[in-house]
Design a protein around this ligand. Structure first.
Ligand code: UD1
Length: 422
């Protein structure tokens, strides 16, 4: 007999979520920051790190490269004194889709790197053509064979002007990591402006880098000879903020979130406000009070920062499934972002997807069901819906959720949810 032993969440939905939580550090910051420590001599300490499977995978890559790496009470210490250049085994790289972010840093430190050719992922094809063409502008040559791509810089990395045809977050990070100790000046035009880019640049500058313009679409990097490790606080995770806000809003609750950065969540807060939530922000604290019934909202179009983030789309879609009218989400970043919608429909959501457009007809109630996570944020969307659905919802394949949320079940329980992992 086949027994499914994958961890799952059992949610007894229908409880109002009320209370106060601390928001974890941003997954999408901590991963490039861990890669960046490779470029630094001595010890780097990253505070406010979330304990996630992707973080563990990054630490294993660092350990393979000879770094001493320790996670203690939310802080990761990386000591690169015994760093040795070596090829990272595939089984370590493939544990995490974002492992491509190590490319720029390893090239910067070793002058060569090998990665396996990226295939598709749960959000559709995830090409790295922009990473490759940009690195080539910095003097990198490539060689593709047997499913691997070898990168090497025969004459060292050299600064250059790079014009990105799309403001890719990962490509911008890889260029910064490769350029920071390259010879001369690199200018990135049409760079990504996401807060996680600024976090990376702030860390590198504290370590001795010369980077200007992060947070704008032109980033100027003057290469330096060396970097020295420093201490750094990882920024709060804006998508986790959106998730807890949605969990409270869909259950008619009221929450306070600590450790937020209000300037990172402007686009997200506008949608919650339009749906009838009352939001007040004091310094790094956000209070959300939900209305008796959520309202429909005008069309949400995901876009690059400071627009509405694609990663918050599934979570807001889930919340709007229980609103009083029809709303539309247009996904402009990833081709195949709506796979979780079929799972959400099992809970009674009324959603039609056509290509990159999802039309959500709000329903009066959701009902409990068995569903499976298809990806990280789609999984979080199922949890949000399960919290509002009367009865017992089973959310399966939650390893996706663990890539991005630290103890989500525990945190939701603190707010009064009945959720446990089995
Ligand atoms: C990062 C985030 C992810 C977020 C995304 C968009 C991390 C670890 N992940 O992913 O959570 O959803 O930004 O905000 O930070 N593209 C190409 N060629 C390339 C690179 C990208 O065509 O060389 C395309 C992608 O397929 C996608 C779009 O550009 O359609 C956005 O990708 P990008 O901004 O690079 O996202 P990631 O860095 O992968």
């Amino acid at each position: 007999m086949w027994v499914n032993t994958m961890p799952k969440f059992i949610i007894n939905g229908g409880r109002q979520l009320c209370g106060e939580l601390m928001v974890q550090g941003a997954k999408n910051s901590v991963l490039p920051l861990l890669a960046a420590t490779i470029l630094c001599s001595g010890t780097s300490v990253l505070h406010n790190c979330p304990k996630l499977s992707d973080v563990a995978a990054s630490m294993n890559i660092l350990k393979h490269l000879g770094c001493l790496c320790q996670f203690d009470a939310g802080s990761i210490t990386v000591d690169t004194n015994n760093f040795k250049c070596s090829r990272i085994p595939d089984k370590l790289m493939l544990k995490m889709r974002s492992s491509v972010i190590f490319l720029g840093a390893i090239l910067g430190r070793c002058g060569f790197a090998t990665i396996s050719s990226p295939g598709g992922c749960e959000l559709g094809p995830r090409p790295i053509d922009l990473h490759i063409s940009s690195l080539k502008r910095l003097g990198v040559m490539t060689n593709e064979k047997h499913g691997f791509i070898e990168f090497y810089a025969p004459n060292g990395l050299m600064g250059n002007e790079i014009n990105l045809s799309f403001a890719s977050v990962g490509a911008t990070e890889n260029i910064i990591l490769a350029a920071v100790t390259a010879k001369g000046r690199t200018i990135i035009y049409n760079a990504a402006k996401e807060p996680e880019i600024c976090d990376l640049c702030n860390f590198l500058n504290t370590c001795g880098a010369h980077i200007r313009g992060s947070g704008t679409d032109t980033i100027i990097i003057d290469g330096v000879d060396s970097l020295i490790g420093c201490e750094h606080n990882v920024i709060p995770d804006r998508i986790v903020v959106a998730t807890f806000m949605a969990a409270a809003a869909i259950t008619g609750g009221e929450i306070v979130l600590n450790n937020i950065n209000s300037s990172h969540i402007t686009a997200i807060c506008s949608v919650f406000e339009e749906s009838g939530c009352d939001i007040s922000i004091f310094d790094n604290k956000l209070c959300l009070k939900s209305p008796p019934k959520l309202s429909r909202v005008s069309t949400i179009r995901t876009s690059i920062y400071p627009g509405f983030p694609t990663d918050a789309g599934p979570i807001l879609l889930s919340m709007l499934a229980l609103s009083n009218g029809s709303s539309i989400i247009v996904e402009n970043i990833f081709e195949n972002r709506f796979r979780y919608v079929d799972e959400l429909k099992r809970l009674g959501a009324n959603i039609n997807v056509e290509g990159r457009v999802a039309i959500i007809e709000g329903v009066d109630k959701l009902s409990a069901a068995y569903c499976r996570c298809t990806d990280l944020r789609g999984g979080a969307a199922l949890v949000v819906a399960g919290l509002a659905a009367k009865g017992t919802t089973i959310v399966d394949d939650i390893y996706h959720i663990k890539r991005g949320y630290e103890k989500i079940d525990y945190n939701l329980s603190l707010l009064g949810a009945d959720i446990k992992e089995v």
